[in-house]
Design a binder for this molecule. Structure first.
Ligand code: ZN
Length: 702
């Protein structure tokens, strides 16, 4: 492992943060980021770091302080606020206590924060406070876990790292671990670091660089030793090609996602869904296809810190029936039921040890392993699913290394349970209110236009994962770039030609391969043209027909098939038009083809209701732009209507405003709000049309 410390970079951190936060916290931020950016050391919020220094209080007095990483912060991107300061002297006095439970300990931490509004410090804060050196680094390094998590691991780690490190048996993080660590350090003050069996590594130093460099040096030695000893690799009889695994993901993910959705008891929104991310690398495929894959996968996790992200055990599906969809569904359903029953039994066995105020987790698996496919990892959103996926990738890699050296040995069930049902761990997951469309996935067609882009934004604001699709690739790319800077990886761009059946199938598959399934389809792609019937060529008419009618049919049909496979209902919203009810002269091709699309959506509401799918329409009057995005309708209609009425751009907008009852200017955002009304299922409604037109009596649906 490379030592990435660079004096110039350290100096930059001091320049950036030193004046406000002090030299110690500036350097602490730098080396924490170095540790956090190394996946083989810490993953997503794992590990913690601290520095001891001073704090100047409001009276100008200098008080001994410790700055400890707060729970839930990711070291790879940590800012100085991620290391809140506490009163060191009074924390150290706690060592005199015989015991301290977690809740009390957390209260004691909060009471000793210099800033009462700061984030709650790590569960391992007292380890940091009781150890004398200035800088303390703690990681869950893969190579250390590979050595400690095996039969005879303690002997092995002593052999590899010698007397320079102290080795402690597994002790659950909390007050007892902190006391044991302090006592062990005092017995061997010359040691350079400490290994905690089945947990991780601690190093220290008087400078940030020293603590960090010791970590890298010791972990590198462990890595070399693992590489040398791994002489009996897993054997793979049949390799699955990556492409075959991807195809199976598209086949399996919607079924699995449907089966993993939890009933909510709310008839309007009957399921709490999950986002499913696939893990289909060569390494993972070889693991699940190997002779010892099953046995190894069903061993306890590497470290108890990973539990709340992945649960203690994955679900393993033996010999999946990929070539028989009905059998496959039955097989997955049974496997999930068995898993849930086993999880419930595990919780029941330890019910007496659930701390007050801690609620049991759901009993669904978070990681599903399948030979010939790899893994599918679930989370409440793409971020949570990604954490589960990254932990799974590291876990399986380390387990296969251990198996190549000896035999894997994880934590006991008691230890796992006490960590999983730990108030601190649950705090990490955050119990904050979820936005209305978190856990859901939408596909929007014609997304790069004015109305489409506003719909994407509206859905993203409600927590939805949004696949923006369009034929116009440049416009789509610029939209998705903008959306990703605001909403991160919940925005995805997928090229789609709605008139091409293969393109529709591919676009659905691309979204399923990214997030596991789709719950809402917004049929928005459409084109317009201006011509009186007498001058309308058949070719032009057919062009509109292909996009507005056939495109709608293809997208609705594919959505219906997908919703059936997923089995948890769904929503379709068609962006219709006021022209369906009040057609305009010279607008025959548009009005007629949109009327056909509208009728298709109404039929879909009849046919798909039994699947729990709702199909509704919004019918706006003219919308010409959203921000910088002009609508296709504007390009087509604007110039003609301006010419016909002798108006300019502003004048035309004013004309449309004056023709409705409310004298309202209809915006793309209004249309998005109407889509959201249906998408969030405010009323038990299907087959309905919501006008977004400021009130046009001749266009009121009857
Ligand atoms: Zn730890």
């Amino acid at each position: 492992m490379e030592n990435r410390w660079r004096d110039e970079e350290a100096e930059q951190f001091v320049e950036k943060y030193g004046a406000r936060w002090g030299l110690d916290v500036a350097l602490r931020t730098y080396s924490s980021r170095l540790l956090g950016s190394e996946e083989a050391l810490v993953l997503h919020g794992g590990g913690n770091t601290s520095v001891k220094g001073t704090h100047t209080n409001i009276l100008g007095e200098s008080v001994p302080a410790i700055f400890v990483k707060a729970s839930g912060f990711d070291m790879g991107t940590i800012e100085p606020e991620g290391h809140p300061g506490l009163d060191l002297a009074s924390l150290r006095k706690l060592r005199a206590l015989a015991d301290l439970d977690d809740q009390q300990m957390m209260d004691e931490f909060r009471a000793r924060l210099f800033n009462p509004r700061a984030a709650t410090p790590s569960l391992e804060t007292l380890v940091h406070a009781f150890l004398p050196p200035k800088f303390i680094d703690h990681t869950h390094a893969d190579a250390i876990l590979a050595l400690t998590n095996q039969t005879g691991g303690e002997k092995l780690i002593r052999e590899v790292l010698g007397d320079e490190v102290i080795v402690l048996p597994y002790i659950r993080p909390g007050f007892k671990l902190a006391k044991a660590v302090a006592a062990a350090y005092e017995a061997s003050p010359q040691a350079r670091g400490m290994v905690w069996m089945k947990h991780g590594m601690v190093t220290w130093g008087q400078t940030a660089q020293q603590a960090y460099s010791t970590m890298i040096e010791l972990v590198s030695r462990a890595e070399d030793s693992v590489a040398k000893r791994a002489t009996n690799p897993l054997r793979v009889a049949v390799q699955t090609p990556l492409e075959a695994a991807s195809k199976r993901v598209v086949q399996v993910a919607p079924i699995l996602r449907g089966l993993l959705a939890e009933p909510s008891g709310d008839p309007d929104r009957p399921y709490r869904r999950a986002i499913l991310l696939p893990l289909t690398t060569r390494e993972i495929l070889d693991f699940v296809n190997s002779d010892r894959g099953r046995e190894l996968a069903l061993t306890p996790p590497l470290t108890s810190d990973h539990l709340i992200r992945t649960k203690g055990l994955p679900l393993w599906v033996d010999a999946p029936h990929y070539d028989d969809p009905a059998k496959l569904r039955e097989q997955l359903s049974k496997a999930i039921q068995d898993y849930s029953a086993q999880y419930d039994a595990y919780v029941a066995r330890h019910a007496a040890n659930i701390p007050v105020g801690v609620a049991p987790f759901d009993s669904q698996p978070q990681v599903v392993l399948m030979p010939g496919l790899g893994a599918l990892c679930a989370g409440k959103d793409v971020q949570a699913a990604r954490i589960a996926r990254d932990i799974t990738a590291h876990t399986l890699a380390v387990k296969s290394r251990v198996a190549a050296m000896g035999s894997y040995e994880g934590l006991s069930e008691e230890h796992l349970f006490e960590m999983e049902y730990h108030s601190f761990q649950q705090a990490k997951l955050g119990a904050s209110e979820e936005p209305a469309l978190a856990r859901e996935v939408a596909l929007v067609t014609g997304a790069a236009g004015a109305i489409g882009s506003a719909i994407c934004e509206g859905l993203l604001e409600q927590g939805c994962h949004v696949a923006a699709t369009d034929l116009a690739e440049d416009a789509l790319k610029s939209l998705v770039d903008t959306l990703r800077t605001r909403y991160g990886e919940r925005a995805l761009g997928v090229p789609l030609d709605v008139t091409d059946p293969a393109s529709v199938v591919q676009a659905f598959a691309a979204v399923i391969e990214t997030w596991g399934g789709i719950d809402l389809v917004v049929v928005n792609a459409g084109i317009a043209m201006v011509a009186p019937l007498a001058e309308l060529s058949l070719e032009s008419f057919r062009k509109l027909e292909r996009v507005n009618v056939e495109g709608t049919l293809l997208v609705i049909s594919e959505a219906g098939r997908h919703f059936k496979t997923q089995g948890t209902g769904g929503d379709i919203v068609l962006v219709s038009t006021k022209n369906v009810f009040a057609p305009g002269a010279k607008f025959g091709a548009y009005s007629a083809t949109k009327a056909a699309a509208h009728q298709l959506a109404r039929i879909a509401s009849l046919e798909l209701a039994e699947l729990g799918v709702r199909v509704n329409m919004v019918s706006p009057d003219a919308v010409f732009a959203h921000g910088g995005r002009k609508s296709g309708l504007w390009a087509e209609v604007g110039p003609d209507r301006m010419r016909a009425r002798g108006l300019d751009e502003k004048g035309l907008e004013e004309y449309y405003r004056q023709r409705n009852l409310l004298k309202a200017a209809v915006t793309a955002r209004h249309v998005a709000n109407a889509v959201l009304f249906f998408a969030t299922r405010q009323t038990p409604t299907t087959g309905a049309t919501l006008p977004v037109d400021g009130g046009l009596p001749d266009a009121t649906p009857r």
